[in-house]
Design a protein around this ligand. Structure first.
Ligand SMILES: [Cu+2]
Length: 147
């Protein structure tokens, strides 16, 4: 009788532990979705990719860089309005707080392809590798399309 009760209690404790585990996984948990890029003619020389980066984990993380094989350099950029002119600039990182997200979109943060080897055409898929402060590197695929 006592043994059965102990067993019931331990099963209950396990259920609670598993439940807690699912609610808040240890460390950052990065999910990337809606990855796309704009077509870019060769004359432009540069291109950009956008995406939503979410952190469903319990620890803050940061995007600290990006890489792709379509251009000489791939950087993470942001944009600002300066005297009525939109200007973009290179940043060291994007914060991806626990339970939060960072959105890369036209007119704002973006992954920048500098010195394209070839033009980016609609329907093409560009592989982008994202580097994080804590999480493992992640490879995502950007579909080239008009918005
Ligand atoms: Cu840029």
């Amino acid at each position: 009788m006592k043994k059965a009760l102990v067993l019931v209690v331990s099963v209950m404790l396990m259920t609670v532990a598993l439940g807690a585990c699912q609610a808040a996984p240890a460390g950052p948990q990065i999910e990337v979705s809606g990855v796309w890029g704009r077509p870019s003619p060769m004359t432009a020389g540069n291109g950009a990719a956008y995406m939503l980066i979410e952190n469903t984990g319990s620890e803050d993380d940061k995007v600290i860089g990006a890489w792709s094989d379509v251009a000489e350099n791939t950087e993470i950029h942001d944009m600002t309005m300066d005297d009525g002119v939109m200007k973009m600039f290179h940043v060291d990182s994007y914060d991806v707080p626990a339970g939060g997200s960072v959105e890369l979109k036209p007119g704002g943060k973006h992954v920048m392809f500098i010195g394209l080897y070839d033009q980016l055409e609609v329907g093409q898929v560009v592989t982008v590798e994202l580097e994080f402060e804590k999480s493992e590197k992640m490879t995502v695929e950007a579909e080239i399309r008009e918005e």
